[in-house]
Design a protein. Structure first.
Length: 168
């Protein structure tokens, strides 16, 4: 099971999810940190393509997986969990965060395969939420300035009006 980690990191860091496909159970499914649920290797590849679009031109992603401890292993099932140190570069801005993950493995034909993965991160205290809050704050500040200019102009027009042309 530990041998899967370097292969997953390589697949994710090189943007080649196909490298990880041989380790997937035929019934593989996952819930990703974005909340997206995917099924099978096709779902994994589709998800990765969408993430590459989100990262944009020159965007990068890097992950390092850490185990919380030994896996709990039964006859043909195992469960493991841990954290990830992740970094996404979007439009030149690096965002670092820690993810949490858990995985269920199934032994098929004498080989361990990944059956189910769940990944998450802190919902409110992560760099993506912070960037969104900052962007919204800027938008509201600009809207407030524009509103103030329009109100000031309207008020001055109402109070002082236009000068009426002199009556001949």
């Amino acid at each position: 099971l530990r041998a899967m980690i370097p292969l997953y990191e390589q697949a994710a860091n090189e943007g080649k999810p196909a490298l990880f496909e041989p380790l997937l159970d035929p019934e593989f499914s996952a819930v990703m940190v974005t909340g997206d649920e995917l099924k099978g290797s096709t779902g994994l590849n589709d998800y990765w393509r969408e993430m590459q679009k989100t990262l944009g031109e020159g965007g990068k992603y890097h992950v390092q997986v850490k185990l919380a401890g030994p896996a709990t292993i039964g006859n043909d099932m195992a469960v493991a969990h841990g954290t990830t140190d992740e970094e996404a570069t979007i439009s030149g801005k690096k965002m670092q965060y820690v993810g949490e993950w858990s995985a269920v493995f199934r032994k098929r034909d004498g080989q361990w395969k990944v059956l189910r993965v769940h990944a998450s991160m802190a919902p409110l205290s992560n760099p993506f939420v912070a960037a969104l809050v900052q962007w919204r704050s800027i938008c509201w500040a600009v809207a407030g300035v524009l509103f103030g200019i329009v109100m000031g102009w309207t008020t001055s027009r109402m109070m002082f009006g236009r000068k009426k042309p002199a009556t001949p």
